[in-house]
Design a protein around this ligand. Structure first.
Ligand SMILES: [Zn+2]
Length: 261
């Protein structure tokens, strides 16, 4: 980099971008809450406050804002943040359905990506970069963008859910050697199901949640192929293959919001 910012300053900025910046604040009626600072080169002045579904607060800040300055902004908004966290907590979820304009946060495998809409003719193309979900398409109407993103999750689910099922087959001898009949679809009230005809259905919305939570649902449905109920033997089978499944079930509850996307 040349110009008014000398090379020394460029190095400092690079270092700052490479280190994760975090702090914790005691919020009224809440206790310690984790704040994660995200540096955004395109931001000039304003600091954005975003409640992440995982229960922490993200501070979107321009690259040159001092950490102390960001912390002060968080302190000034402590009451609002605390109220927002409780509201989301009461709904049993920290997840809020995103909109479909540039800057909205969309989730993929538990991480969030900022939506970037690029206008171009032809079939929609969707790419995941480090921080962004880049959607290139002609029509930026919210419904059209939503359809394109939903289709993208479907194609990702085709691959990943198949791969997770394959992962468990050799670990569960009662399955024989074959991946059971399965499908995935967008469902509004359940993460997965197993029918009496031994067909497994998984929710495509799972693609927004972390892989270990997807594994919990996949294993749960696979165990139903041995015990088609939630009896003692079903749970001891779960215990054997995923000792911490109850922790995962609880974590998945925080993602309930994705079911109404
Ligand atoms: Zn079940």
């Amino acid at each position: 980099m040349t110009g008014p910012n000398g090379p020394a300053e460029a190095v400092t900025e690079q270092l700052r971008l490479a280190l994760p910046e975090e702090f914790s604040l005691d919020l009224p009626a809440r206790g310690p809450v984790r704040f994660v600072v995200e540096r955004d080169r395109r931001r000039r002045t304003r600091v954005g406050i975003v409640i992440d579904p995982a229960g922490f607060v993200r501070m979107d800040a321009p690259t040159n804002a001092e950490l102390e300055e960001i912390r002060e902004i968080a302190r000034e908004h402590a009451r609002w943040i605390s109220r927002r966290l409780s509201q989301l907590g009461e709904l049993g979820t920290y997840y809020v359905s995103p909109g479909f304009e540039t800057g909205e946060l969309h989730h993929y495998l538990g991480a969030y990506y900022s939506l970037v809409l690029v206008r171009h003719h032809g079939e929609p193309v969707i790419e995941l970069t480090d921080k962004s979900l880049v959607v290139t398409m002609a029509d930026h109407d919210a419904d059209a963008v939503k359809r394109a993103i939903n289709d993208w999750y479907v194609s990702k689910a085709d691959e990943l859910l198949a791969q997770r099922l394959e992962h468990f087959v050799p670990l569960l001898p009662f399955l024989g050697d074959e991946v059971p009949t399965w499908r995935h679809l967008y469902m509004r009230s359940q993460w997965g199901s197993c029918s009496s005809t031994r067909k497994i259905s998984l929710n495509t919305h799972l693609m927004k949640t972390p892989v270990e939570l997807i594994d919990y649902v996949v294993l749960h449905e696979l165990c139903h192929l041995k015990h088609l109920n939630h009896g003692r033997r079903f749970y001891s089978l779960m215990d054997r293959h995923m000792p911490d499944w109850q922790v995962k079930r609880e974590a998945l509850n925080r993602w309930m919001g994705v079911l109404s996307d």
